[in-house]
Design a protein around this ligand. Sequence first.
Ligand SMILES: Cc1cc2nc3c(=O)[nH]c(=O)nc-3n(C[C@H](O)[C@H](O)[C@H](O)COP(=O)(O)O)c2cc1C
Length: 205
Amino acid sequence: MKIIGLSGGLSSPSRTKNLVTSIVNEIAGRASHQSVVIDIADIAKDLGQALSTVNLAPSLQYAYQQLEDADILVIGVPVYKASYPGLFKHFFDLIDPKLLEGKVAVIAATGGSDQHALVLEHQLRTLLNYLGIYSAPKTIFAKDTDFTNYQLNNPVIVERIDAVADQALWLARQHHAAPVDSISPHKAKEDDFEVPPLGLLSSYA
Ligand SMILES: Cc1cc2nc3c(=O)[nH]c(=O)nc-3n(C[C@H](O)[C@H](O)[C@H](O)COP(=O)(O)O)c2cc1C
């Protein structure tokens, strides 16, 4: 499988990029999957000048191609003014809304405090829903104090990354086993699915 990360911030170094990379590495490391991390900060100038997908800069063509080839996407954003960054949204505004339909994603965010952690649920997950992307139920949110020198320092978040990696791989395997348009909830039997360790009842973390 191909695991592609997208870090949606504009700064370098970046906590968000570190978080996205940690999640990508956790998933990719489970079975020597291929992985790449795209950083909006690296393509910001080309992205800011792009008004359509006609004559896209090579950096943007590469980024979109990586996302299109992905089996699992890891999409992380820093919270800017109670939302995701404008250029991150512009990256998605340019694409055909069906380009990423049916893909599996993990969503993650960083913020100065946890006051805006629900950006994950009411903004990032809804954007992915609109694009037809299946996001893992568990999300990852990390505050600035969860990092030291831009590296994650909080073992609770590291543990959460382990759980979200299970969920993403489980979703991706279901997708590989049965293309989305062939899945009927009426035909599915309980025995057809290997139940992942979602931990929904055992923990509120
Ligand atoms: C322009 C800007 C706006 C921000 N707005 C918020 C905000 O509304 N809420 C919040 O919790 N953090 C906010 N922050 C803090 C960042 O989300 C936080 O420091 C994050 O970890 C930055 O990630 P990075 O290291 O990848 O840049 C803001 C930071 C910047 C630069």
